[in-house]
Design a protein around this ligand. Structure first.
Ligand code: ADE
Length: 407
């Protein structure tokens, strides 16, 4: 990605009233809720241009075979040699990004307006479940703006100098992507406030009675924050994002298209039904879709099969214990435990975790969400319970109604 020219050192965004700057407490008042900001815009010619694959210049064709890059990885031709590195499956431009249409429309307008003003894009907060493409979207934004994207995550910004070092080294217009931004510590957050609002760092020099505050101007930049837990962000931090956008789970059509696009990049001959089969099993998540596709590619390679049909997908994913709806061994262990030991539930999370030898947080945040989304599991005040749909999927007969109530 090119670094933006220095004439992007454009006017700063409207500064906030003095009282707002630097004071976390003052900002607790009147905070906006995450997700309040976005309003779906009508499809404008501007964003139609950005969203239309045919409008892309040939030299930025993301489907073109991967060229050798500075890491020395190059495009390949045979089974043993991946034609595109893993990262090569990510869409590079908005027009290639499948799904999340509201998000794309909002960002396309923001990008176009920003470019025409020659400013840095307003700060963006992306939130939603893992694997839906928050990092990918940050990279896409940088590509659209013609700037570099620096990637870090909040746990890596432990000491003040970690975040200061990143901020002072940003070039005008560049993106700083902070993953898991809800985990940012208080000091790093306080450093970010004036940096986000006025592109200014307020640094304390010296110690004790000789301590002085020095202000340092930094380049106008865009912070792209990503979180799976928007509710855990402090209000002052959340309020400093101009765009707050939720990423949604992908529908089956979009997932199928994502799988087909990835198959093209990996130079696989994948039948449409086979792409649909992968899409059904990827838990609504492109990252998992791409992972499953690679497993299918392995089996195809070992079998010497060049054309991949749905049977091969079934064979490959059964090998990895992924069933027709994307349930894996952990999902089935939980459901089976509930059915066999608790008559389908309800049962408490801790009791289930102990019986499975799992950590209860892992069970709650990693295993359960997809089962809840499928409607196979319910969280009730008395604990977890398998639903009739869940019973039926696992091949258990419907539960007899012993209440004596007439239908
Ligand atoms: N690969 C991963 N996520 C994608 C998306 N949203 N669109 C296209 N390809 C993808």
């Amino acid at each position: 990605m090119a670094i933006v020219s220095s004439d992007m050192g454009a006017p700063r965004r409207g500064s906030a009233p003095a009282g707002k700057r630097g004071s976390a407490q003052a900002d607790e008042r009147g905070s906006a809720q995450a997700g309040e900001l976005p309003v779906t815009p009508a499809r404008s010619p501007v964003n139609r241009r950005l969203l239309d694959p045919s409008a892309l210049a040939a030299d930025s064709d993301p489907l073109a075979p991967a060229k050798a890059d500075e890491t020395g990885e190059a495009s390949g031709t045979g089974w043993g040699e991946p034609p595109a590195r893993e990262d090569g499956l990510r869409p590079k431009r908005l027009a290639d990004y499948i799904g999340q249409s509201e998000l794309k429309q909002v960002l396309a307008i923001a990008v176009e307006a920003t470019r025409s003003r020659g400013e840095a894009l307003d700060h963006v907060l992306l939130y939603g479940p893992p694997g839906l493409g928050k990092t990918t979207m940050a990279l896409v934004l940088a590509e659209e703006l013609g700037v570099r994207c620096r990637i870090t995550s909040a746990p890596a910004l432990e000491r003040p100098r970690d975040i200061v070092g990143l901020l002072v080294n940003l070039q005008p217009g560049e993106l700083l992507f902070i993953d898991e931004i809800h985990r940012l510590n208080r000091v790093a957050e306080e450093i970010l406030y004036p940096a986000m609002e006025d592109f200014r760092l307020d640094l304390t020099v010296g110690k004790g009675s000789s301590a002085r505050t020095r202000s340092l101007q930094i380049a106008p930049f865009t912070l792209v924050g990503a979180t799976t837990r928007a509710g855990s962000l402090s209000s002052p931090l959340r309020d400093r994002f101009g765009l707050i956008q939720r990423l949604e789970f992908y529908n089956l059509d979009d997932l199928q298209a994502i799988v087909q696009r990835a198959a093209g990049l990996l130079q696989l001959d994948l039948e449409q039904q086979a792409a649909l089969e992968v899409a059904r099993r990827c838990r609504g998540t492109p990252r998992i879709a791409n992972r499953l596709l690679r497993r299918v590619r392995d089996v195809a390679a070992v079998n010497g099969q060049l054309r991949i049909g749905p049977e091969l997908v079934h064979e490959a994913l059964s090998l990895h214990s992924v069933d027709s709806r994307g349930l894996d061994a952990s999902d089935r262990r939980l459901m089976t435990l509930l059915l066999e030991s608790y008559g389908g539930g309800p049962a408490g999370l801790d009791a289930l975790a102990a019986a499975l030898g799992e950590d209860s947080t892992t069970l709650e945040t990693v295993v359960e969400p997809y089962l809840l989304q499928l409607g196979f599991l319910q969280r009730t005040p008395r604990g977890r319970q398998v639903t009739p749909a869940g019973r039926s999927h696992l091949g258990w007969p419907a539960q007899l109604d012993l209440s004596g109530a007439q239908p």
